[in-house]
Design a protein around this ligand. Structure first.
Ligand code: AMP
Ligand code: MG
Length: 497
């Protein structure tokens, strides 16, 4: 038999491994009993310039399962700290994720390739270093859904079932997720060094982040100040975008906040069905610290923790440094409001901005809350309405417990539409492009997980089909746009760590 050299699935570099030793710990993935590839994300693989066939070959699956490390990999666990529900933990680190390395995608962007659930690392403490398949599927579906909604996020390249079971609330099948990120540097990574008084490491990390994510700030008068501005602006935009699609992260601890401005660490996250700003899904969020409407404020709190770490770099005079940081935190609020209000205006079909537009949108949200209206469908169906009321209004009215709650608002809305210059067809197309028909609904994710655990992958495939193209109609899968029936509602999501 002749051996043909199969294409190497990955060729990696690892710039993070070249940072000083205290930034990470070497950590090899632990092999699994019986790896089975559940899914490769082909469009993402192509974006990364990967050979899909090689990735799906036995040699590729071995890498995705952690049974073999690819060429150029220097597997490591990153060190970080973090404020968890407000309390500081000085050492967290990757306890169940291994950074294999980085690769440059087709757009020339360096991206991390990480295995989540790859076995214990020096940061695992009492954890098993593994992930249950359910949360792996949840992260895959939700992160791909977020990407398709145009929201910055880490991506899911593949998922593998390990053939092993992990002990959680009950014994569950294990899985490994291959995660792709702009980087895995977190607010907590800065806190890890700052809280040790290790300002040179903070500087080295800031320099690394500037070079990798925000190279243009290197020329600013004070690059660290400019870095803080960038991270604040990206965080403000990100959280505004979450709100505009009804997303609740669930665990916005500082170790789960990406410095690159991506949504990261999908745990007990969820999209809202009926609109209620106080909504909390996470089973571990007892005080509602990370409720839907608290996310913008928490984003600022997390940025304040980041700003603290940079204080020694901002100005020798610490009073001046604090003033600078405070000004950035104030601008965060303005930035958030601008992005959020622009987004709301677009959702109700307004192109030109008038005073009172935000109030008009808030009035709708208030009525939706009072009348239990489904967030996603209200805006989607609103997109189809004309300038004059007709029977299409009933599609929106039906979402309100008391339909007259919508009628009063619709009168105000149509008065305002009269000031718009766009014609109805243009406006409706624009509204449909910002108001998705499909979100990764909680009950559908749960059904997809339950079915997959029983060996049926069709619901998962169907769910991924609609969430990957959320602005299109999928008549054959229209059921996936529907809110849960009372008996289908999922009240709590678990992080499953
Ligand atoms: P998370 O809540 O997933 O953001 O995780 C918080 C911290 O706990 C991080 O340091 C994780 O690496 C660690 N962790 C979570 N689950 C596990 C696990 N199964 N084994 C080891 N460490 C874990
Ligand atoms: Mg985390």
């Amino acid at each position: 038999m002749t051996e043909t050299a199969a294409a190497e699935p990955f060729v990696l570099d690892n710039s993070y491994a070249r940072l000083p030793g205290e930034f990470h710990a070497r950590a090899m993935p632990t092999a699994v009993a019986a790896a089975r590839l559940l899914r490769v994300n082909r469009p993402l693989a192509e974006q990364l310039g990967l050979d899909v066939q090689a990735l799906e070959s036995p040699a590729g699956v071995d890498i995705l399962a952690g049974n073999r490390v690819p060429k150029g990999a220097e597997p490591l666990a990153m060190a970080y700290a973090g404020h968890q529900f407000g309390n500081f933990s000085p050492v967290l680190g990757d306890g169940r994720a291994v950074l294999l390395g980085e690769m440059t995608d087709r757009n020339g962007v360096r991206r991390d390739i990480q295995l989540k659930g790859a076995g214990p690392t020096p940061f695992s403490s009492r954890g098993d270093g593994r992930a249950a398949l359910g949360p792996v599927i949840r992260e895959y579906v939700v992160s791909e859904g977020m990407a398709a909604l145009g929201i910055p996020t880490t991506r899911a390249l593949a998922m593998v079932a390990t053939g092993e079971s992990v002990r959680r609330r009950r014994a569950e099948p294990g899985g490994v997720l291959t995660r792709v990120a702009a980087s895995h540097v977190r607010v907590g990574t800065f806190e890890y060094f700052y809280r040790q008084g290790h300002n040179e490491a903070v500087r080295a990390l800031a320099d690394y982040v500037i070079e990798r994510h925000y190279p243009h700030v290197a020329d600013a008068d004070n690059p660290y100040h400019a870095l803080l501005e960038e991270v604040a602006a990206h965080t403000a935009d990100l959280i505004a975008q979450w709100l505009l699609v009804g997303f609740i992260h669930g665990v916005m601890n500082t170790d789960n906040v990406s410095i690159a401005g991506e949504t990261i660490d999908y745990g007990p996250c969820a999209f809202m069905d009926s609109y209620n700003p106080a909504t909390v899904y996470s089973s571990i969020d007892h005080g509602g610290r990370y409720a839907y409407n608290r996310q913008p404020g928490i984003g600022q709190w997390n940025l304040a923790r980041f700003a603290e770490c940079l204080l020694p770099l901002l100005d020798e005079d610490q009073e001046k440094a604090v003033e600078q940081a405070q000004a950035v935190l104030e601008r965060y609020v303005e930035r958030f409001e601008t992005t959020y209000h622009d987004g709301l205006a677009a959702k109700i079909g307004l192109e030109e901005r008038r005073e009172g537009d935000a109030d008009l949108a808030y009035d709708l949200l208030k009525r939706m809350t009072e009348q239990g209206a489904d967030f996603t469908l209200t805006f989607r169906h609103l997109s189809d309405l004309g300038r004059a009321a007709d029977d299409r209004d009933d599609n929106v009215r039906a979402l309100f417990d008391d339909p007259s709650g919508f009628d009063g608002w619709a009168v105000r809305w149509r008065e305002r539409l009269a000031d718009e210059t766009r014609d109805d067809a243009e406006r409706r197309a624009a509204m449909r492009a910002v108001n998705p028909a499909y979100i990764p609904r909680n009950h559908r994710i749960q059904q997809a997980i339950d079915a997959a655990e029983a060996g049926d992958y069709q619901p998962l495939d169907d769910l991924l089909t609609v969430v990957a193209n959320p602005y299109d109609d999928h008549p054959e899968l229209a059921e996936y746009a529907r809110p849960p029936k009372p008996e289908e509602v999922v009240e709590r999501t678990f992080c499953g760590t």
